[in-house]
Ligand binder design. Structure first.
Ligand code: SF4
Length: 513
């Protein structure tokens, strides 16, 4: 079976399916995260925080601009530490690699910690089709796995659900009559997961960062489940995007300071695990084997564009989602893929192709709050605009995807705006044509395709042209000004003539005397 990555994400259609109570659940969580973040950033101080953001930006940019060097170094170090490195060009190759490793080791049960890279490639489905029982162990991931849906937030996958909804889900899927009490619900999940950790043949994880100089995988979590997944089973497989490499520990220290503060408003997450190779001897804890699957899946293609490549600086903190008015109104599922919010809107079109995710760069008000809050200063607004252009025009990576009508409209507008005569003729024609539809300065209904706008809001009627407006409003002012200037000039001339006359008369009387 093919692992379906949606061929076409229709953001607008997805928003129609958003449950009415969902935005309130999302906003409750995002408001809390933003409040916590403001508190810890306030302690650091605005100036120091800006310095950290700038340093984070430069470090990440340096890393992605030298991926070839740092990934080679990483591979050498992971291998030297006893690990195995695999390179996966795309999701299909990554899935096959993990399936083969599992088959070679006779894996029947796997436990998994939260990983966006594995969500991206639908790894769970592939393993389940190979007869492997895969259990998500992050509480949020566990909940959405039971619900059979994807994550709706990068760091809080079940953010769209209420505690009542989760209790109902546990009742339905686990047969446990649970009260809508978060602590009790977490206890129920913990009991089930603990047994699964002990029985698993393979632990699967992602990584927040990979340190090239030592070959270390860094996993940041708040639940401790990642540590169980990567130490208890005899086999550990990590699937990580190639963009997650950082040069050294010094760079890592800056990024860790930015990540936890921006994500959950903590100084540091509860667990930060550093994994360098498998265990070296029987006395050490940890897996006997460690495999690192380095996932490209379109990332090296993203590098080709100097502006949009900065998308790869992302450290998946989720702050841009929390602050985004669009995300807060529609939640994560409307974005149709693993990544949602502003980062989803810029990452999906680049990894899936502009054709598949053409609607996402337009799912933004361009308010710029995402770019302002981003801890590594990704110019999200600039990238959104660039991708909108790419959707309309196509580029060397993807074919044009705009409909012939949209392309014709864009070309005619460009022509009209660059040819004044055409512009005036068009503006006059629009004013005349709108007359039957105009009501109090507004156009309430327009024929297709413009009715897509007027079906949800009225459109302001075309006004008289700018030049007409200017002539009517500004010329009298200009005329008044020049009248005033003329008077001043005449006054000055009369004054000068009088002064010269007096001087001449004085001089003559002196000569006669
Ligand atoms: S784009 Fe920036 S703010 Fe958004 S998740 Fe990535 S690092 Fe965080």
């Amino acid at each position: 079976m093919r692992h379906t990555i949606p061929l076409q994400i229709d953001f607008r259609a997805n928003t129609q399916r958003v449950p009415p109570d969902m935005p309130a659940s999302v906003q409750k969580a995002t408001t809390k995260f933003l409040g916590n973040r403001a508190g810890v950033v306030g302690v650091v101080g605005a100036e120091r925080w800006e310095q950290l953001r700038q340093a984070g930006h430069q470090l990440r940019l340096h890393a992605i601009e030298h991926l070839d060097y740092y990934l080679t170094q990483l591979e050498q170090q992971v291998t030297a530490a006893g690990g195995h490195v695999h390179w996966a060009r795309d999701g299909e190759e990554a899935r096959r690699i993990v399936q083969e490793i599992a088959r070679e080791h006779g894996v029947k049960r796997a436990v998994k910690s939260k990983s966006m890279a594995t969500e991206e490639i639908h790894l769970n489905q592939a393993l389940q089709e190979s007869g492997i029982d895969v259990l998500e162990t992050d509480l949020g991931e566990y909940i959405i796995q039971l619900a059979g849906v994807g994550p709706s937030h990068i760091i809080v996958p079940a953010v769209h659900m209420t505690k009542e909804g989760i209790a109902e889900l546990f009742r339905e899927k686990l047969g446990i009559d649970a009260p809508p009490d978060p602590q009790r619900l977490a206890e129920i999940a913990r009991v089930r997961l603990r047994q699964a950790f002990l029985e698993a043949d393979m632990g699967i994880s992602g990584a927040n960062f990979m340190v090239a100089e030592s070959g270390t995988l860094v996993i940041v979590s708040n639940e401790g489940n990642a540590r169980m997944c990567t130490t208890l089973p005899p086999l550990h497989v990590a699937v990580v995007g190639i963009d997650k490499v950082v040069p050294d520990w010094e760079s890592l220290s800056v990024l860790l300071k930015l990540l936890a503060r921006s994500a959950t408003g903590q100084k540091l997450s509860s667990y930060t695990s550093f994994i360098t190779g498998p265990r070296r001897n029987e006395r050490e804890q940890g897996p006997q084997e460690l495999h690192l699957v380095l996932l490209d899946n379109g990332r090296s293609r993203v590098l080709r564009d100097e502006i949009t490549r900065e998308t790869l600086l992302c450290i998946r903190c989720g702050a841009c989602l929390n602050v985004c008015p669009v995300y807060n109104s529609v939640g994560g599922h409307a974005y149709g893929w693993a990544y949602s919010g502003p980062i989803g809107a810029i990452l999906a079109p680049q990894l899936l192709g502009a054709q598949a995710a053409a609607s996402l760069p337009f799912a933004s008000s361009l308010c710029g709050a995402c770019a302002e809050i981003c801890p590594v200063k990704i110019p999200i607004t600039e990238i959104l605009l660039r991708l909108r252009h790419r959707v309309m025009e196509g580029d060397t990576v993807e074919a044009p995807v705009a409909s012939p009508m949209a392309r014709a409209a864009a070309h005619s507008s460009a022509l009209a705006l660059s040819t004044p005569t055409l512009y005036h003729a068009g503006a006059t024609a629009a004013r005349i044509a709108q007359a039957p539809l105009r009501r109090d300065g507004w156009l309430a209904t327009l024929p297709p395709p413009l009715n897509r706008w007027t079906s949800v809001r009225p459109m302001p009627a075309f006004q008289s042209g700018f030049r007409t407006w200017w002539r009517a409003r500004a010329l009298p002012i200009t005329a008044q000004k020049s009248q005033k200037q003329k008077k001043l000039l005449l006054g000055a001339l009369a004054g000068a003539t009088l002064a010269i006359g007096l001087w001449w008369a004085q001089r003559r009387s002196k000569t006669i005397n």
